[in-house]
Design a protein around this ligand. Structure first.
Ligand code: C2E
Ligand code: MG
Ligand code: MG
Ligand code: MG
Length: 294
């Protein structure tokens, strides 16, 4: 009996694996035509100044509006796209659209427009020989000031091919584009490596923010990171701020910028436009610091 149930178990496992592989293949096939079918959409998440409560920038986050499965999040399909050159095609599309959108917003939203747009890169895209030229072409196409484009890379992307990665980032920065280190604290780079990376912004991973309250060491760690970033002339964005409590802690540590559901979820362009109209009213109250004993 034990043997047969073991067998049954194995079969169930086997079928799930097969189903998964089938879904994977199906998604890969459909992803191939998703761009031409206009199924990819970008959501924009506000990045907020924790001192002034003003909108600083937005991060472009891709979604796939699938005809059968509904909205698919990037964690589901970006890894599939990364297995082939599909990722290059998708990211070139995101880069183009995000820059076009940013320029449109400068015209339509005036001083309420985000100051910059952040675009995520994959390792493949970063190491693509024509990458720098492509970025230069998009900036020229939309006459976008390079300093308003932030490209987000992760530690592991740079660590895997240190020399090439660093060289690429330097070239990009020579265009005037800013480089963000995304999900900082989850990779394997050490703090002592940080000064070698040609970057402008540290985006501290949301796991740090989530643990701030419960694990005392995290506040000390974050404080050390903030001091180091300051010494290296880097700006810091705290990711994943979900509660007022986390915000207050981050403000007490003089963290400059933040992003998270507490302020806003990623929003489609039209919703973001509505949101920015009373942005300061909505966010200003939230970021206002309570003066203790005042
Ligand atoms: P990421 O770049 O670290 O983006 C932040 C993710 O955290 C987003 O998930 C965002 O919705 C989520 N987030 C923001 N605030 C909060 C919060 O307060 N709490 C929680 N729990 N989550 C929060 P999303 O949009 O699902 O994106 C996931 C990842 O997919 C991104 O992580 C990024 O690595 C990747 N991705 C998205 N768009 C692109 C793209 O165009 N190219 C590439 N290569 N990767 C992308
Ligand atoms: Mg990112
Ligand atoms: Mg991130
Ligand atoms: Mg993150």
């Amino acid at each position: 009996a034990a043997k047969s149930s073991g067998k049954a178990c194995y079969r169930v496992f086997d079928e799930t694996m097969r189903e998964r592989a089938e879904l994977h293949m199906q998604l890969e096939e459909q992803l191939n035509v998703a761009i031409e079918r206009d199924e990819l959409v970008i959501a924009y998440q506000p990045i907020v100044s924790l001192t002034s409560g003003q909108l600083d920038g937005v991060e472009a986050l891709i979604r796939w509006q699938h005809p059968d499965y509904g909205l698919i999040m990037p964690d589901r399909f970006i890894p599939i796209a990364e297995e082939s050159d599909l990722i290059i095609q998708i990211e070139s599309w995101v880069l183009d659209r995000a820059c076009q959108q940013w320029v449109d917003w400068q015209k339509n939203l005036g001083d309420k427009a985000p100051k910059c747009v952040h675009v995520n890169l994959s390792r493949k895209q970063l190491l693509l020989p024509e990458m720098v030229q492509r970025v230069a072409d998009v900036l020229a196409k939309y006459r976008m000031p390079p300093g308003s484009l932030h490209l987000e890379v992760t530690e592991s992307m740079i660590m895997e091919e240190m020399e090439t990665g660093i060289a690429k980032l330097k070239e990009l920065r020579q265009l005037g584009v800013r480089i963000d280190m995304d999900d900082f604290g989850t990779g394997h780079s050490s703090l002592s490596c940080l000064h070698e990376f040609p970057i402008d912004v540290l985006k501290v991973d949301r796991s740090f923010v989530a643990n701030l309250k419960n694990v005392k060491d995290y506040a000390a760690l974050l404080e050390a990171v903030l001091v180091l970033a300051d010494n290296l002339g880097l700006k810091v964005v705290a990711e994943g701020i979900e509660t007022k409590e986390q915000l207050v802690l981050l403000q007490s540590l003089d963290c400059e910028l933040g992003q998270g559901y507490f302020f806003a979820k990623p929003l489609f362009a039209e919703d973001l436009e509505n949101f920015v109209h009373d942005f300061h009213q909505r966010i200003g109250n939230k970021t206002e610091r309570v003066t203790v004993g005042g």
